[in-house]
Design a protein around this ligand. Sequence first.
Ligand SMILES: C[S@@+](CC[C@H](N)C(=O)[O-])C[C@H]1O[C@@H](n2cnc3c(N)ncnc32)[C@H](O)[C@@H]1O
Length: 200
Amino acid sequence: MMMPENGHRAHGFSSAYFLDSDEILAELDLSGDEVFMDAGCGDGHIAIKVLEDYNHRGTVYAVDVYDASIEDMETYKQENNVDNLINVEADITEGIPGVEDDSIDVVLMVNVFHGFKASRKLDEAVLELKRIIKQDGKIAIMDYKAWDVPNGPPTKMRSSPSDLEELFNNHGLKMTYLNEEIGEDIPEGKSHYFIVFQKE
Ligand SMILES: C[S@@+](CC[C@H](N)C(=O)[O-])C[C@H]1O[C@@H](n2cnc3c(N)ncnc32)[C@H](O)[C@@H]1O
């Protein structure tokens, strides 16, 4: 467990330390009315940014498998009277309870997806994400490039955009956007990619 900048507990390294959440959210061009999900929210800094800095009017879900992260998000919700925040403790690969089929406009996962490869639950994750997004909804993934570099997860846990494209295509989802110039500046280039999948 670590204690990120906003004091909320997280089960992994918070991207608040090294990624620019405004750069990430600019990729989504949110209108403010979407049903938005920060999936694998960790310390919740992205969900909180959407609510506070982007004045989001639509529902914001914060989902994480780590109970302490969701407890902290509940405290944040109560202390700040945030009516449009729904916090859910769930393992994405086992299903997100209370989230209806075809109900989410945008699911964002920052530095989360490689964990599904590590746990060999890639298909389970994709099926659940496909279940919850609307027909024109987006599954947005920001993750580490599949490079053998020191920062970030071990190389064998990483997927390239084309690996993900093959995986999502197998489940009837198509890639609609790819940006490979995003994230931290490291000696090899930009550390991350941002990729979006939608239903056919
Ligand atoms: C590296 S942290 C990133 C947190 C946050 N997205 C960020 O950018 O700071 C990965 C997060 O994904 C969560 N996570 C990992 N596997 C998950 C799963 N199967 N279902 C839900 N959350 C998961 C972890 O508990 C952790 O909070």
